[in-house]
Design a protein around this ligand. Structure first.
Ligand SMILES: NC(=O)c1ccc[n+]([C@@H]2O[C@H](COP(=O)([O-])OP(=O)(O)OC[C@H]3O[C@@H](n4cnc5c(N)ncnc54)[C@H](OP(=O)(O)O)[C@@H]3O)[C@@H](O)[C@H]2O)c1
Length: 243
């Protein structure tokens, strides 16, 4: 059975991805930060598809915690076929004027350095496989108010995608980015986005927000053999929203 690793799998897009990959027949190992109850719930649901699912609390920005998680994945599953670097977010909005260096570093660590750490630790466990980064439409648009560091980090993931697609492609490892738009997850409470439904009704061509499952299905497709010639690509999942 193939094995998938997902960072930030306790809620939102990550949780839906864990379940979609389990349904597709992957054993899944995922991390979370604080939400242990949710992680257990996701594990139970995903395991109902007859695969093995494990979860661990591991801060995606910590080399040490992620290295311990990688050791455990190696011990339990032996190899990795798909990595979904999903953990990220915007816990606090600040403009350039309101920001200081520590803010910049925190946001870039969470959304970009975390992807480097996961890639560095898990690609050695891949013979062939796929790495999927969860970027954002903000990489193109600059995001809403106070999202400049987030937008920069998510755009950084696009550079990482292209560069590593080139570097890892010859080894049979594909690297792709998924760019969600306005997706209905706890992200927006944490980021204080406001009324995402009103926002979507104005700005998104489909006039609605997306569901985490609509992103997870695309991720599961990209992980599958059906996407075997997609490499270095940026896949928008935003209902039409480029404003
Ligand atoms: N929702 C959107 O509209 C949207 C749009 C574009 C891109 N995205 C991106 O999609 C990804 C998933 O976001 P989401 O919307 O699903 O948000 P979410 O529901 O807030 O999920 C975030 C997940 O990441 C985990 N997490 C947060 N910080 C972490 C850390 N330092 N180490 C390990 N895990 C951590 C959370 O764990 P705990 O719950 O345990 O803390 C949770 O499982 C993020 O990269 C986000 O930037 C979201």
């Amino acid at each position: 059975m193939p094995t998938a690793v997902v960072t930030g799998g306790s809620t939102g897009i990550g949780a839906a991805t864990v379940k979609a990959l389990a349904k597709a027949g992957y054993n899944v190992a995922f991390t979370y930060l604080r939400n242990r109850d949710k992680a257990e719930e996701v594990t139970r649901e995903a395991a109902s598809h007859g695969v093995r699912v494990i979860h661990r609390a591991a801060d995606a920005t910590s080399w040490e915690e992620m290295a311990q998680f990688a050791e455990e994945v190696k011990r339990q599953f032996g190899r990795v076929d798909a990595l979904v670097a999903n953990a990220g977010g915007l816990p606090e909005r600040r403009t350039l004027d309101e920001s200081a260096l520590d803010y910049w570093r925190r946001v870039v660590d969470l959304n970009l350095t975390s992807a480097y750490i996961a890639t560095k630790l898990f690609t050695p466990l891949m013979e062939k496989g796929v790495v999927i980064y969860v970027s954002s439409v903000a990489a193109y648009t600059g995001g809403g108010r106070g999202a400049f560091a987030y937008a920069a980090a998510k755009a950084g993931l696009l550079g990482l995608t292209r560069a590593l697609a080139k570097e890892l492609g010859p080894r049979g490892i594909r690297v792709v980015a998924v760019l969600p738009g306005l997706i209905d997850t706890p992200f927006h409470q944490k980021a204080g986005t406001g009324d995402i439904h009103a926002w979507a009704a104005n700005a998104v061509y489909l006039r609605r927000v997306g569901t985490p499952e609509e992103v997870a299905e695309v991720i599961a497709f990209l992980a599958s053999e059906k996407a075997s010639y997609i490499n270095g690509a940026f896949i928008d999942v935003n209902g039409g929203w480029y404003g």
